[in-house]
Design a protein around this ligand. Sequence first.
Ligand code: HEM
Length: 215
Amino acid sequence: MNTKRWIIGTGMSLVAVAFLSACGSSSSKTTRTSDNNTSETAESGTSEGKSSNIPYLKQNHANYSEHGSTQTPAPVKDANTKTINWTISASTEEDAIKLQEHLKFMEDRLLNDQNPRAWDKLFLMEAYMKYNKYYTTSVERSGTNVVVGKNATTACAYEVISAHSDAVQGDFFARGDIMVDYSLKAETILASSACNDVRTSLENYITSRQKRRGH
Ligand code: HEM
């Protein structure tokens, strides 16, 4: 073998791997080892010095409550205006910052056409809706309070973000359980008349993006 060519080739491969890792590309995820893996890399790694904070949120899920109450945070939904609003109180400023970072990180991933949790059709549908601008997200933090607003432009997108907020409230915040698969719920939404206009496009998107669980 030509030694000089081998050294140049190997060097270029290493540079490419380093670049892909830094970008957090979903296709470069190599460290996920099982469904129970909640490490940063399992759902996305880091970007711009921020991270998904999923292990932290899972572990500290009970540190978040509905503003002015001790209850689990609850989304305020309005199907008429297709909006969902949360006012979440965290136990500490650190908890609030971790949640804020999570939201920024996840929104950036969706806007960059990436797919966190690509085995779950509900998360795939949400990624499609965000990337195609069928809804927007706003996040503001003031001390220990985090205010989240989601605003959909179509009934189908509203159903998707509504189902996602149910998952966040009922499983993520209430029990720190991130293992539930919401694909059946997603299929029901997909089959509903609200999604007539985008069904074919969404089905194609899901087929091309869905990964097997654990991969
Ligand atoms: C399986 C792990 C998780 C993934 C893949 C994930 C992903 C996401 C994504 C994609 C969004 C939507 C961002 C947007 O629409 O702009 C989101 C929002 C959110 N996540 Fe997570 N998340 C996970 C776990 C958690 C946990 C454990 C918590 C809290 C205990 C949490 C709290 C939230 C909140 C409060 C929102 C905003 C409300 C909403 O979108 O309805 N997440 N997450």
